[in-house]
Write a protein that binds this ligand. Sequence first.
Ligand code: G4F
Length: 329
Amino acid sequence: MPPKALITGITGQDGSYLTEWLLGRGYEVHGVVRRTSSLERSRLSHLYVDAAVYGQSLHLHYADLDDPTTLRRVLLRVAPDELYHLAGQSHVGLSFDIPESTCEMTAMGTLRLLEMVRDLSKPVRLFHAGSSEMFGRPAVSPQNEDTPFLPVSPYGAAKVFATQMVRIYREAHGLYAVNGILYNHESPRRGENFVTRKICRAAAAIRDGRQKELSLGDTSARRDWGDARDYVRGMWLSLQQDTPRDYLFASGILHSVQDVVEVAFASVGLDWRQHVRQDPRFMRPAEPTNLVGDASRARAILGWKPEIGFEQLITEMTSAERTQSGSAA
Ligand code: G4F
């Protein structure tokens, strides 16, 4: 029997790469999708249309984090060996506008899932996607798994609640439950309202005459950016250990939004000064500072290290935008 994995958030960037990673290792992969009038499955469409994959080794199920009955039913039916919990409202800026639904999905949704897992007769290994945003404005830099959380956004606070609940259920109820503390991770499949994708997409569109300028918020903001494909490998590795524990995944290198702009625009032969402007609409009420991670534990125990660097990632993302629009040079 192949191992079975269930993924919440399977249609997202990480969910789609994780699906490919698991299928490549012989897993039977099940995904939870929300039933809406428009089904956003573009990141999985190459698998969905493949009759040798969809319905064979890949299965999608309708359920939702705010509809516990449906989720419990899927969990019981699938009886997975591994459960990857990636779903939730993941835009930090948006969480200032919709804090209640962000907390409902991210915080309470995780607690509901833990309660379901606790009741399962067949034990499952759970991975929960935590975030560097939980550190907020940390006193130490770089951060590791023991650095105290000081979130500065509703999203960060919701993730702290969920992460701490995973720890509590691991210790109090003996669950095999792991938090990944994930720093920013990007790819050509990144959502369009995250800053790297927004910049790479604009650089390509301006180069091809489909857009004139790019409006950004705080370009001095700095992040520890890595590649999503490296991070899903870390998720999987963290569930293959005898003992469950939390792992931090990061590149350990800080870059500014301005660095993203310069690499993306240079990669298509443009001078960013002629096209980029600041717009207060994209500024946030509060920004975290010095979010840079020390992934020593993941390196030592999992043998994990990032393989794709910042410039390679941004250049690939910009190039992918041109390929998708049919105008690659
Ligand atoms: O790309 P961002 O929106 O990512 P952010 O807020 O760091 O959050 C991402 O990474 C977290 C850590 O892994 C995740 F937990 C979270 O779910 C998400 O994946 O913004 C990055 C930086 C921020 O400082 C933001 O203020 O870019 C700055 N920025 C400047 N101009 C902008 C813009 N961000 C966006 N989205 N759009 C702008 O125009």
